[in-house]
Ligand binder design. Structure first.
Ligand code: GRF
Length: 204
């Protein structure tokens, strides 16, 4: 039985390794989704180049062209809707979203964060974990709300912190797990297996 492909849009700002891991999983037939567009708020984002190389439609949407965050998000939402996007995947997108976008994609925006939320939200999560001295960190995929990394958690992977870890070695070890976890969650959502019940997310 052919499964319908979930149309997704990916928002990026930088390196694009999570975007790549999702694109690869889709190309190899593991995830029933199709990437309609990759949008960046940074013109120089490597992610845009990588997406273009794969033949994916790309767009640089300049925040400076909009008077407010709300106006920017409204434009973003309009473009994503026009492309038929049903799931918005943040992959290293360095902006907080407002309700101008979130209301139009209710429970349809996800993000990945390189720590075990609710610990260490925001920037430099790996450094925060090292400085705090926790023995385990990891990555979290969650639904996005207006807060900073505060939406309902879909899935997490635990990564141990080693004695001689630096921010770089820890980030690298977590990134390996990010690349496994994020495509898996997109697959679950594409298969209609993810349900939100208040703050709790159930995966059937
Ligand atoms: C990842 O560590 C992700 O968890 C965080 O931003 C980074 C993006 O990396 N949100 P990349 O652009 O996907 O390589």
């Amino acid at each position: 039985m052919a499964t319908e492909l979930l149309p997704i849009g990916i928002l990026v700002s930088g390196r694009g390794s999570n975007m790549e891991s999702i694109a690869e999983a889709i190309d190899s037939g593991q995830v029933p989704a199709s990437i309609k567009i990759v949008i960046s708020d940074k013109q120089e984002a490597r992610a845009l180049e990588l997406a273009a190389k794969r033949g994916i439609k790309t767009l640089f949407l300049n925040p400076k062209s909009y008077p407010t965050r709300e106006a920017y998000d409204e434009a973003l939402a309009a473009i994503l809707k026009k492309e038929g996007v049903e799931l918005v995947v943040l992959a290293g997108f360095m902006r907080l979203l407002t309700n101008n976008l979130l209301d139009r994609f209710e429970n349809r925006v996800i993000n990945i964060h390189p720590a075990l939320l609710p610990a260490f939200p925001g920037l430099n999560a790996q450094r925060q974990a090292l400085e705090y001295g926790v023995k385990f960190s990891g990555c979290t995929v969650h639904f996005v709300d207006v807060g900073m990394d505060s939406g309902p958690i879909i899935a997490q992977t635990v990564v141990p912190i080693l004695e001689d870890d630096t921010e770089e070695t820890l980030a690298k070890r977590i990134l390996v797990e990010e690349h496994r976890l994020y495509p898996k969650v997109v697959k679950w959502i594409a298969e209609g297996r993810v349900k939100i019940e208040g703050r709790r997310v159930r995966v059937d």
